[in-house]
Design a protein around this ligand. Structure first.
Ligand SMILES: Nc1ncnc2c1ncn2[C@@H]1O[C@H](COP(=O)(O)OP(=O)(O)OP(=O)(O)O)[C@@H](O)[C@H]1O
Ligand SMILES: [Mg+2]
Length: 342
């Protein structure tokens, strides 16, 4: 998967590493197309809405757009709309003048003003109440805001990016989201596809996350065994890139600089029960058996006699199954010779 094309693509479309920003990794045609669209709109001031499941990379894309815009030197302000209590929202967004309400001892600029000449990200915009949506719409349309208790409107020079993992059109139908705000935001919509829909991104992303985890922990960078990549490429990733990142952080630590085998992945990904819960792809009996044997081996620290007893088979039979399924005879973490084959 780490072919020349994906590397070139990454280098071309990723943010500048020297600025400390993160790389946007991807080799699949859908991610390439998405970044091409993003690159087209980034330099403009158009309002963009980014949709996609949780953990797909929406927040990263919002930052990428900022960094590839003429506002890159300006502020990048993220408002987590879901985390702001309704009572604080207005003061937070619009700011207030001294004495605007009890407790307003000094004047304070709002987040809108704080984003002047920069980009303002409205994260989880669907969490805003209908009343807050109305205020946001007015700010978007007039491009002016007034602090609470203020008398002077401030003209906004801000680029808006709205982010949501809620289907906004469906929320409009449910009357949970204002139709006029939806149309105002939805001029340019970028959808980040779920990771399972772009398996070509899994290997380059996994390598990227492993390299980063090893660097951060001062470990030599482990290799990913082919069996591990094969497993990851067929895995469903309900948590998308974030789940892959956490799995690679975990595996990098458990493999401690050697080779990352399937055994180093979090058990909740590889367990037989996890395979059975795959929403679209039902495991075969052999896959289930192999996963269960691995699970038991892990539980008993690879003591074969104990594993055979739990599995209700002879030791000889267990060895036959290990051979048949390509399961290592020893715990892979002891295998520190850098050989990526089990
Ligand atoms: N293509 C990618 N390249 C590199 N890192 C990625 C990529 N996609 C996602 N990540 C990383 O995965 C993690 C999750 O991504 P992000 O926070 O952008 O997801 P999200 O869609 O905003 O999730 P949520 O809906 O939960 O807010 C982040 O640490 C991000 O840097
Ligand atoms: Mg996010």
């Amino acid at each position: 998967m780490a072919n020349g094309r994906s590397i070139r693509h990454t280098a071309m479309l990723s943010s500048d590493a020297s600025s400390g920003s993160e790389f946007f990794i991807g080799a699949s045609s859908s991610l390439t197309a998405l970044l091409r669209d993003a690159a087209r709109v980034a330099p403009t001031d158009a309002t963009v809405v980014i949709t996609g499941e949780s953990g797909t990379g929406k927040s990263l894309l919002a930052r990428w757009i900022h960094e590839h815009s003429r506002r890159a030197v300006g502020p990048f302000v993220v408002i987590d709309c879901g985390a702001l209590p309704e009572s604080l929202l207005e003061a937070e967004l619009f700011g207030f003048e001294r004495g605007a309400f009890t407790g307003a001892a000094t004047a304070k600029a709002g987040r809108f003003e704080g984003a002047q000449q920069g980009t303002l990200v409205l994260d989880e915009v669907a969490a805003l109440s209908l009343a807050a949506q109305a205020k946001l719409l007015r700010a978007l349309e007039e491009r002016r805001v007034m602090r609470l208790g203020g008398t002077r409107a401030v003209t906004l020079d801000v680029r808006f990016v709205a982010v949501t993992n809620t289907d906004l059109a469906a929320a409009v139908k449910r009357q949970a989201f204002r139709a006029d705000l939806f149309h105002r935001l939805n001029t340019i919509a970028l959808e980040v596809p779920p990771l399972r829909a772009r398996p070509g991104d899994i290997a380059p992303l996994a390598r990227h996350f492993v390299t980063r985890a090893a660097q951060r922990n001062g470990l030599p960078c482990p290799k990913l065994a082919p069996e591990t990549l094969a497993f990851l490429e067929q895995y469903d990733f309900p948590g998308n890139a974030r789940e892959l990142m956490h799995a690679m952080d975990y595996a990098t630590l458990t493999a401690a600089g050697a080779v990352i085998y399937r055994e180093h992945l979090p058990a909740r990904m590889t367990a037989a029960t996890a395979l059975m819960q795959h929403p679209t792809r039902k495991p075969t009996l052999a896959e289930l058996e192999a996963a269960y044997i691995r699970e038991i081996l892990q539980q008993v620290a690879w003591r074969k006699v104990e594993a055979a007893r739990i599995l209700g088979i002879s030791r000889k039979n267990l060895y036959e199954k290990l051979r048949a399924y390509g399961i290592p005879y020893r715990p892979p973490s002891q295998d520190a010779n850098g050989d990526a084959s089990p």
